[in-house]
Design a protein around this ligand. Structure first.
Ligand code: P6P
Length: 339
């Protein structure tokens, strides 16, 4: 028997029916971003197959190498957003400043988007998973006005939706709204994302810890003690814990979301404010994990409660099991879902 799974459009239509006053702009935006992801997936596969990702590299605002797939993905997403009727402007990891789509159509749009077009592109030459991360905010100035930087400096709690595409053994879209986290897998036979992981909840407990252990002596003492404690416990109770670290944020966090455990990228000597970027890497994931029922801390506070001051600022990341996150950070952290 062939299982007929809802496509992304069918799922969004079923959600829209619950909100008679909804304009459909968020659904349209998700559809546009999903379209760009289909094209990015083809380009990534091509660049990997023909090994030409390294050609024509440049350096982005964060001082990191921009490879051909990064630039392709960046231009593709900016193109679909600018030509949608739902986006007033965007922030991209690959663009130094905000991208304002200042025309009469886009100025009437309700949303702005921030995104990391391709995260983990250093893995492309080894066929590791790559990914696109996005967050969607409602604009905060009146409809008709060009968007401004404060639209992008809202805390993560104000996100209307956040998600990621993972280009791995299959291509998936996982996104969250306040109503829940849902996963869609690209069905090549119909070219549509189909609902394969409805209502994802992150297991409260998982025995996998994910951290770059080469920097273990950089991390705060509670992290060092916790990792050492798991290793010592393993000595006497083999197999109690295991470590998995791909070095691609989405790969490590997608596994954590589905299997539980914890993902850590604490502050280090070379990244005293954390390495991962707050508004287009940390916030989308923090929102997803909080909606999925666990915690996402910067070490001092819930990541989604941070008021961003600049569009490329960074944050330390402690995401996963409530008990472990509270053990490793200040214990005053409360999940925003329960507030
Ligand atoms: P490190 C990839 O470059 C990235 O931005 C994230 O995807 C990943 O989690 C992190 O950096 C890996 O950093 O220092 O462990 O190589």
């Amino acid at each position: 028997m062939v299982i007929k799974r809802k496509t992304l459009d069918e799922f969004r239509l079923s959600e829209l029916r619950l909100y008679p006053n909804a304009t459909g702009e968020l659904s349209s935006l998700l559809r546009e971003i999903a379209l760009s992801a289909k094209r990015i997936q083809v380009e990534i596969n091509r660049a990997s197959a023909f090994n030409d990702a390294e050609h024509e590299t440049s350096i982005n605002a964060s001082g990191e190498t921009v490879k051909k797939p990064d630039r392709f993905a960046n231009n593709e997403i900016l193109h679909v957003l600018k030509n949608s009727f739902s986006c007033a402007g965007a922030v991209s990891e690959e663009e130094e400043s905000i991208q304002v789509f200042d025309n009469c159509q886009n100025n009437r749009s309700k949303y702005v988007v921030m995104f990391d077009p391709v995260d983990g592109s250093s893995n492309i030459d080894t066929c590791m998973t790559l990914d696109t991360i996005f967050g969607i905010y409602r604009r905060i100035t009146s409809i008709g006005e060009p968007c401004e930087i404060q639209h992008f400096l809202q805390s993560g709690e104000s996100l209307a939706a956040a998600g990621y595409f993972i280009y791995g053994s299959s291509t998936m879209l996982v996104y969250a709204t306040r109503r829940g986290v849902n996963g869609f897998t690209l069905d090549g036979s119909i070219g549509e994302f189909t609902l394969t992981h409805p209502d994802i909840r992150c297991p409260e407990y998982g025995n996998i810890y994910s951290i770059n252990e080469s920097k273990i002596l950089h991390y705060p003492d509670p992290v060092i003690r916790h990792v050492r404690g798991m290793q010592e416990w393993n000595l006497h109770n083999p197999g109690s814990f295991t470590s998995r670290y791909v070095g691609s944020m989405v790969a490590d966090l997608h596994r954590t979301l589905l299997q539980g455990g914890i993902f850590l990228y604490p502050e280090t000597r070379d990244f005293t404010g954390g390495k991962l970027r707050l508004i287009y890497e940390c916030n989308p994931f923090a929102y997803i994990f909080e909606i999925a029922g666990v915690l996402a801390s910067s070490g001092n506070q819930a990541i989604i409660s941070i008021k961003p001051e600049s569009i490329h600022q960074r944050s330390p990341v402690y995401i996963g099991s409530k008990r472990t996150v509270q053990l490793l950070t200040r214990n005053n952290l409360k999940s925003f879902c329960t507030q």
